[in-house]
Design a protein around this ligand. Sequence first.
Ligand code: FPP
Length: 255
Amino acid sequence: MLHDSQPTELKKKIYTQSLPEHVAIIMDGNGRWAQERRKPRVWGHKKGVESVRAVVKTAGEVGIKYLTLYAFSEENWGRPQSEVSGIMTLLDTFVVRERKELYENNVRLKTIGRIEKLPAKTRKLVQETTEYLKDNDGLTLTIALSYGGRTEISAACRMIAEKVKNHEINVDQIDSELFGQHLSTGSIPDPDLLIRTSGEQRISNFLLWQIAYSELWFSTVYWPDFRREHFLDAIQSYKNRKRRFGLVESVQAPI
Ligand code: FPP
């Protein structure tokens, strides 16, 4: 395992071999973390933002190209109003306060999900920060907001069906590559590694199509406690795995 005391250059060298290009994270356990401390659930989300900062920084430093965070699912709208608005406020604050540092760290911002459902203020601030960071070419940070995998897949089906109806494509052209291009992640590679914190071992409607061949890493740590060393542990585990993509070991995987 690598420690903070090791110089960044060394970390870069260690990680140049089989580093995941794209890491996706289901940030889970904020509520339980807060409840165990007899605090409101929003307190856990607030602490969770510190983990977001730590992981974004670490991912950029070790040379990961894409980091996708599940910040708010379609189902999360059903939570108490105070929790929903608390999360929205945290998002507002994050995209404003972190804008400059993200810029300096060459991070680009992207969102997936039905952002039209977000409060107008949040949408505006997220869009402003996205615009501000658009020319960066280091880490692409994708935040999933009002996101649901099944909704995304249905939307792609509708788009493709429309194109068939309008004779822009014919049915024989529909394959997994074309389908993937119609998802909101069309321009980015599928996740190599999916991390879920808090001990739960499920996918919760996240990137259903895209994680077909992802390696999975489940951590028992609640998201507010998840820091650099936990993230590096997951990366190290990924590096020790053999990905076969349904092939046998002697055959080169189609990357
Ligand atoms: C899941 O924990 C977490 C969320 C639904 C919200 C995550 C939001 C943040 C970390 C803050 C804003 C994000 C960014 C990117 C700045 P949970 O509440 O389901 O936890 P539980 O399972 O213990 O109840």
